[in-house]
Design a protein around this ligand. Structure first.
Ligand SMILES: Cc1cc2nc3c(=O)[nH]c(=O)nc-3n(C[C@H](O)[C@H](O)[C@H](O)COP(=O)(O)OP(=O)(O)OC[C@H]3O[C@@H](n4cnc5c(N)ncnc54)[C@H](O)[C@@H]3O)c2cc1C
Ligand code: SF4
Length: 494
């Protein structure tokens, strides 16, 4: 530990967010980073606890507590405090292939599990992670390091999201020849075409892909494996296959009027906007679909928030966000103690922006859609909403959300984005490879295993564990790579 009294001497300091009214003028990242002097102080707040819960990566009550990658947080905080940035970078990269992604988009379960979080503010772990990796890039420490020896084994990775990229990176460094196949026109999965540019600028992904290419990984885009004969050809041509296709089947809202014009899935909207931003067609009328419109986002989670932020940047007239569940408490409730993930009210960037622009929080709780109403031309005009209340089911003792009689009301809407979660992986891919799915429509494996029922075929990421987080996807990619390496070589040193 660098400074025994660090957490007493220094307050937590986050990077400074540009004011909502200014940042909504563009789609750029909007945090002004701390100086190196300030970063060292933030590193000094870490006490190198005997039991560092921050790096535990446990599941408690179905929620993540601590870093799923088991990042060596106290070690790199200490190195950062002492200004030994090369050491800090080395320790960070030992467990995390892509800190530049997690340092931007991770919800930081490490921080909620930090011991300081019991009665004061946690160490700014995610900010420190950002400082270390960006120092590495700025100071030429992130040069390509191709493997010195090649094994002669060929591996196909299907899907270029964080799990596919992590698996490819690990297997390539081990000396295997890796080709990543991606159906989209750009590499990155949901990092590229899900998470908006203001959270993760797409140059950051390209910077990493360029390095991976220099190190010997091949990328083939615009190839949808599973359509046509491609799956069987790959099976013959490669020694092993890693499926990392995500869990992109969106949950629909199946109520009357669903066929009205103006209703889209959230990820389709976010993909359209990011693609246009990168293609230079952002101002096209079709892309600027929220401009001057009354927008309703169905789903109160992070994807819904991304739609709120994106619609505001496009100049929406109003934005309403519907959430079925009750409003969470502002502070932890008694049955949700540290180091559990805190189930508390979080006002994210999009909601902050809506409060600033429209003067009120866009979220409406315990509410769902009963019907989409359309005009004579078939265009969406209104939503019929209904209030919900939590009721205990006699038989199971579970709490369910039920409609409140007579609570229906209507709101005007031109545009709806459905952000109601995902229902597992797409079946055509699993069918093409003959791999089994489980009841949640993810790919079936034994517990803690990454091998599917088909010899040579492995699975990683959301396709394996269901829609999750980037940090879990990286972990899954690393673990799947270990499984593939053991299978091909008889042992693994990954
Ligand atoms: C809108 C949105 C915002 C999110 N924001 C965050 C966030 O801020 N922080 C966070 O931690 N997590 C976030 N997540 C979750 C996170 O993005 C995912 O958990 C993570 O990307 C999963 O990684 P993956 O590699 O398993 O799959 P994905 O990222 O989904 O990548 C799968 C890739 O496989 C490709 N593919 C699929 N089928 C085929 C095929 N047949 N042939 C070729 N290619 C194929 C797809 O095109 C895609 O590129 C968000 C998710 C969404 C939807
Ligand atoms: S990857 Fe996420 S959980 Fe792990 S140290 Fe970084 S911010 Fe924390």
């Amino acid at each position: 530990m660098g400074k025994p009294t660090g957490f007493i001497d220094y307050e937590r300091q986050d990077s400074i967010a540009v004011k909502p009214k200014d940042r909504i003028k563009n789609f750029g990242e909007f945090h002004i980073q701390l100086s190196m002097e300030e970063r060292k102080k933030q590193g000094a707040r870490c006490m190198e606890c005997g039991v560092p819960f921050c790096q535990s990566g446990m599941m408690i009550g179905g929620m993540t507590s601590g870093c799923p990658l088991r990042n060596l947080i106290p070690e790199w905080n200490d190195a950062l405090y002492h200004g030994n940035m090369e050491l800090a970078l080395g320790r960070l990269l030992k467990t995390n292939n892509f800190p530049e992604f997690t340092a931007r988009v991770c919800p930081a379960p490490c921080e909620s599990a930090c011991t300081c979080n019991i009665n004061t503010k946690p160490v700014a772990i995610k900010e420190n992670e950002y400082g270390i990796i960006e120092y590495g890039y700025e100071h030429g420490l992130m040069k390509a390091k191709p493997p010195k020896v090649r094994t002669g084994k060929k591996i196909a990775v299907i899907g270029s999201g964080p799990s596919g990229l992590a698996a490819a990176d690990q297997l390539n460094h081990r000396g295997h020849q890796v080709t990543v196949f991606e159906r989209n026109d750009r590499v990155g999965g949901l990092l590229m075409y899900g998470i908006p540019n203001m959270k993760l600028e797409k140059e950051i992904i390209l910077r990493r892909i360029n390095r991976m290419e220099e190190e010997g990984v091949s990328f083939v885009t615009g190839t949808d494996i599973g359509k046509g004969e491609k799956a069987q050809t790959l099976y013959k041509d490669f020694d092993a296959i890693v499926l990392a296709c995500g869990a992109s089947n969106p949950r629909d809202i199946k109520v009357p009027g669903r066929d009205a014009e103006g209703i889209y899935f959230a990820v389709d909207y976010l993909r359209t906007v990011t693609k246009a931003l990168l293609d230079g067609t952002l101002t096209d009328e079709k892309v600027m679909m929220a401009k001057g419109k009354k927008v309703v986002v169905i789903g109160g989670g992070d994807t819904g928030n991304d739609c709120v932020g994106t619609a505001i940047r496009q100049g929406a007239k109003s934005v309403l966000q519907l959430e079925m569940m009750p409003k969470p408490p502002v502070t932890r409730s008694e049955n949700n103690p540290w180091p559990e993930w805190p189930k508390v009210l979080k006002t994210d960037y999009g909601q902050e922006e809506a409060i600033e622009v429209f003067g009120n929080d866009p979220r409406v709780y315990q509410t769902t859609v009963k019907e989409f109403l359309k005009n004579k031309e078939g265009k969406l005009s209104k939503l019929k909403l209904v209030k919900l209340e939590s009721k205990k089911e006699e038989k199971t003792g579970r709490f369910l959300m039920e409609e409140v009689d007579g609570s229906e009301y209507e709101v005007e809407a031109d545009l709806v984005f459905i952000a109601a979660g995902f229902l597992g992986t797409e079946k055509y891919v699993t069918d093409a490879f003959g791999v089994e799915q489980n009841e949640r429509m993810n790919v079936k494996t034994e517990m803690d295993s990454y091998a599917t029922n088909v010899k040579n075929i492995f699975v990683a990421g959301d396709m394996h564990r269901g829609q999750s987080l980037v940090v879990w996807a990286i972990w899954e990619g690393r673990e799947a790579a270990r499984a593939v390496d053991s299978y091909l070589m008889g042992y693994t040193n990954l």
